[in-house]
Design a protein around this ligand. Structure first.
Ligand code: HEM
Ligand SMILES: [Ca+2]
Ligand SMILES: [Ca+2]
Length: 300
């Protein structure tokens, strides 16, 4: 099983070294916290929290389109290199990913969460495992609930963890389905679930002619701050993905959204519990898996 401070004896400064790495990477590049937070989600939902997403090669998870824009790998590798100097062969890449995401939230102004450690690194990474396990922005509530339930996560966990969209950014093509291109090549809103002024802002930032690399903020108000603004955005219908908007179309989730929009502390307390659950999904421990010496390849 996972346990708190698993490295207390074997590498007492492990959590501190990871935190310092995340902190300096984030001050050099403010997009780092968002990247690290998305990275843990995409790692944990495919083969469990086992750093399968770090493995490079033909047809590994990284090559699936759903992972094409996932980032933060270099930050995980820097932390790993440091740990290999001080505590060789001791700290798993899976733990580094979970701890780095935990630190990213705190560095962005969110709550500090204690998470258990002792995850081991997986040996399997297949592109074909990604599609069935990662939620698409077009999923219905039922489809999202089902996938979350498969991972031992509840409806509340879905609403809470979606609050991660209070930081970070998204490429224009990820919400293009809300618009249709007319014969003159201009975009028109075809999705009645978002605010029309917000839709206008999005069309300006993401015209048809925009380069594929263009991104917009997930949270149009406080994109750098991990706060409860995501829920206020939902109430104002100012969210990017249909999978966000869906949280307003169900009475139970709508009530949760209202509660978190009104009470940041309530969001933070619930975030801690849901994040511990997310980072425990399918964790490999004891005899399972290995401790990689480099995060990008299994040991030989
Ligand atoms: C529930 C269904 C979810 C869907 C459909 C979804 C979808 C997406 C998409 C399409 C992007 C934009 C990626 C890009 O274009 O670069 C994104 C960004 C992001 N997502 Fe989610 N997401 C979901 C849940 C989550 C969860 C549970 C977390 C973490 C706990 C999360 C964290 C993030 C973060 C932090 C970003 C910003 C990434 C960055 O700045 O590079 N998402 N999400
Ligand atoms: Ca994984
Ligand atoms: Ca925010």
């Amino acid at each position: 099983a996972l346990s708190f401070d698993f490295y207390a004896a074997s590498c007492p400064n492990a959590e501190l070294m990871i935190r310092n790495t995340v902190s300096s990477a984030s001050s050099n590049d403010p997009s780092v916290p968002g990247k690290l937070l998305r990275l843990v989600f995409h790692d944990c939902f495919v083969e469990g929290c086992d750093a399968s997403l770090m493995l490079q090669g033909n047809n590994t998870e990284q090559s699936d389109p759903a992972n094409r824009s996932v980032g933060g790998f270099s930050v995980i590798e820097s932390a790993k290199r440091l740990l290999e100097i001080f505590c060789p062969g001791t700290v798993s890449c899976a733990d580094i990913i979970a701890l780095a995401a935990r630190d990213a939230v705190e560095i962005a102004g969110g709550p500090r969460v204690q998470i258990p450690t002792g995850r081991r690194d997986g040996m399997v990474s297949l592109a074909s495992n990604v599609r069935p396990n990662i939620i698409d922005t077009s999923f219905t509530m039922d489809e999202m609930v089902k996938l979350f339930a498969n991972k031992g996560l509840s409806l509340l966990d879905l609403v809470i963890l979606s609050g991660a969209h209070t930081i970070g950014s998204a490429h224009c093509n990820t919400f293009r389905s809300r618009f249709q291109q007319d014969s003159n090549g201009t975009l028109r809103l075809i999705d009645q679930t978002i605010d029309t002024n917000y839709a206008d802002e999005l069309m300006k930032q993401c015209p048809v002619t925009a380069q594929p690399s263009v991104t917009v903020n997930n949270d149009p108000e406080t994109s750098m701050l991990f706060d409860n603004q995501y829920y206020r955005n939902l109430l104002a219908h100012r969210v990017l993905f249909p999978s966000d908007s869906v949280l307003m179309s169900n009475v139970n989730t709508k009530k949760m959204v209202e509660d978190f929009a009104n009470d940041q502390q309530l969001f933070f307390v619930n975030w801690g519990a849901a994040f511990v659950k997310l980072t425990s999904v399918g964790a490999k421990t004891d005899e399972d898996g290995e401790i990689r010496s480099s995060c990008t390849a299994t040991n030989v």
